[in-house]
Write a protein that binds this ligand. Structure first.
Ligand code: NAD
Length: 488
């Protein structure tokens, strides 16, 4: 299963319960050293075809199992991943560049929880029933799995987001063909090794590795894949909508963000500052929910900025496997360049870079000199129309600007094409409700960030997505509903 060539890790597709080598491979880099350390299958139509066939063949048996039987298997898989949590965390950190601490405390525990959560929630759904006494009729709804689900996930939270799709899809009785990001495929491949032991029948979960252009598009265009759940960029989602349109596929699209934090002058800064640092720089700022526009009411602007920058400078950037490090490596050389260019553009427009990129020196261990690192960067005096305030940067860069009134800040916060997550800081209950209702944002956190109840809908408005995920929402997406009328 695990072949070693020149000490490189070589991954294989997982189709119909078997690991299958591919005819060509893509290099995968360790972002913290810049070295190629892994070969990822460069799959295309042929591999996707085989995977969809395996998933189709497995569907009749899997979909006819009771929710309770499927639930037990999901729980077993969760136990097995949890048992290997440290190995998964090490692999995720090496593959993605994230800190070992983040992988240990966020990514892998959440992957485990995704399976446990849907193992439980699938047992608790009820369907609707109405009575039309005058007609002698009762109506009720029944829900059934749809078929083969295509699941496509990004590189920022690899196993976390992949399992957030696999778990509800198979809990509902679908079979799946999943394609993780070509840049972060290792933990998905490790999970495949546990499926049989967990009792997942062959063909229920198939994983095809490769690029979006080849493997991803082959999956999206396959006529026997009636639904596609995608998390990634808005640009790729546009392409997926175009390509899937001739087949009228059901799509769930979780996309980018340009998330505001709105800090009113009555905010508790002792809570707000550390949380806003986390919301800006966690996972190197590579989370769709990260804050990248901080609006601070003018009365506390100077104090906030001084304290925020002083604290940002304390975040340690370096070797992700060092447990004292707060900021690891960015995903790739190209992505690092892209993020750096945003800072340069802001400077060229007259904004002030207060710390980080171009201002402070990186101090990296000898083994990490070629890694893709960048210091947490705070930019002030940026115009709202600047690309740094409008476009998703997806790196450790945050912009801080001042505002005067509630009315003004709502307008400015809504003045971007995205609408994923917003954060509001105030002790005025009336105000937090008012502002939350008026923000164009799928999620609004007040006086906190990233506190999630998986029961409730997750997803974005505007260019941040279509559809929602969560206990009820994922159940509705991954099942087909039917209304049945009985006359007595
Ligand atoms: P991406 O769109 O480049 O890639 C995402 C996935 O789609 C990858 O597996 C990729 O191989 C695949 N893909 C690319 N082109 C494809 C095509 N033509 N057809 C089918 N599949 C294709 O995104 P990324 O750079 O991997 O991830 C970062 C983006 O994801 C950011 O915009 C971020 O905000 C977003 N994101 C959103 C959420 C959310 O829940 N809303 C969560 C995490 C990340």
């Amino acid at each position: 299963m695990m072949a070693q060539s020149k000490a490189l890790l070589v991954l294989e597709n997982f189709i119909g319960g078997k690991f299958i080598p591919c005819s060509s491979y893509i290099d995968s880099y360790n972002p913290s050293t810049g070295d190629v350390y892994c070969k990822v299958p460069d799959s295309g139509k042929e591999e996707v075809e085989a995977a969809v066939k395996a998933a189709k063949d497995a569907f009749p048996i899997w979909s006819s199992k009771s929710p309770w039987e499927r639930s037990q298997i999901l729980n077993k898989l969760a136990d097995l991943i949890e048992h290997d949590l440290e190995a998964f965390a090490q692999a995720e950190s090496k593959d993605q560049g994230k800190t070992i601490t983040f992988a240990r405390t966020v990514d892998i525990p959440r992957a485990v929880y995704n399976f446990r959560f849907f193992a439980s929630s699938i047992l608790h759904h009820i369907t609707e029933c109405t009575e039309m006494a005058t007609m002698g009729c009762v109506h009720y709804t029944s829900r059934a799995p749809v078929g083969v689900a295509g699941l496509i996930s990004p590189w920022n939270l690899p196993l976390y987001l992949l399992t957030w799709k696999i778990a509800p899809a198979i809990a509902c009785g679908n079979t799946v063909v999943a394609k993780p990001s070509e840049m972060t495929s290792v933990t998905a491949w490790m999970m495949c090794k546990l499926l049989e032991k967990a009792g997942v029948p062959h063909g229920v979960v198939n994983i095809v590795f490769g690029t979006g252009a080849k493997a991803g598009e082959a999956l999206v265009c396959h006529p026997d894949v009636p639904l596609v759940s995608f998390t990634g960029s808005t640009l790729t989602a546009q392409r997926i909508r175009e390509k899937s349109a001739p087949h009228c596929k059901r799509l769930s699209l979780e996309l980018g963000g340009k998330n505001p934090a709105i800090i009113f002058d009555d905010a508790d800064l002792s809570q707000c500052i550390p949380t806003t640092l986390r919301s800006s720089f966690s996972n190197q700022g590579e989370i769709c929910l990260c804050t990248s526009r901080i609006f601070v009411q003018r009365g506390i602007y100077s104090e906030f900025l001084k304290r925020f920058v002083a604290e940002a400078k304390k975040w340690k950037t370096g070797n992700p496997s060092d447990p004292t490090v707060d900021v690891g490596a960015l995903i790739s050389k190209e992505h690092l360049e892209k993020v750096r260019n945003y800072v340069k553009k802001a400077q060229a427009e007259g904004a002030r870079v207060l710390c980080g990129e171009g201002v402070d020196a990186l101090d990296l261990p000898p083994g990490n000199q070629k890694g893709y690192f960048m210091l947490p960067t705070v930019i002030a005096e940026v115009k709202d129309e600047s690309c740094c305030m409008q476009e998703e940067i997806f790196g450790p860069v945050t912009c801080v600007v001042a505002f005067d009134t509630e009315e003004e800040v709502i307008k400015r916060a809504n003045g971007v094409k995205y609408g994923l997550a917003a954060t509001v800081w105030s002790n005025n209950v009336g105000r937090v409700h008012r502002v939350a209702h008026r923000l164009q944002s799928g999620l609004v956190w007040t006086n906190c960030w990233l506190v999630r109840d998986l029961n409730l809908p997750f997803g974005g408005m505007k260019a941040s997505g279509i559809g929602r995920e969560g206990a009820k929402d994922s159940y509705e997406f991954f099942t087909e509903v039917k209304t049945i009328t009985i006359k007595h």
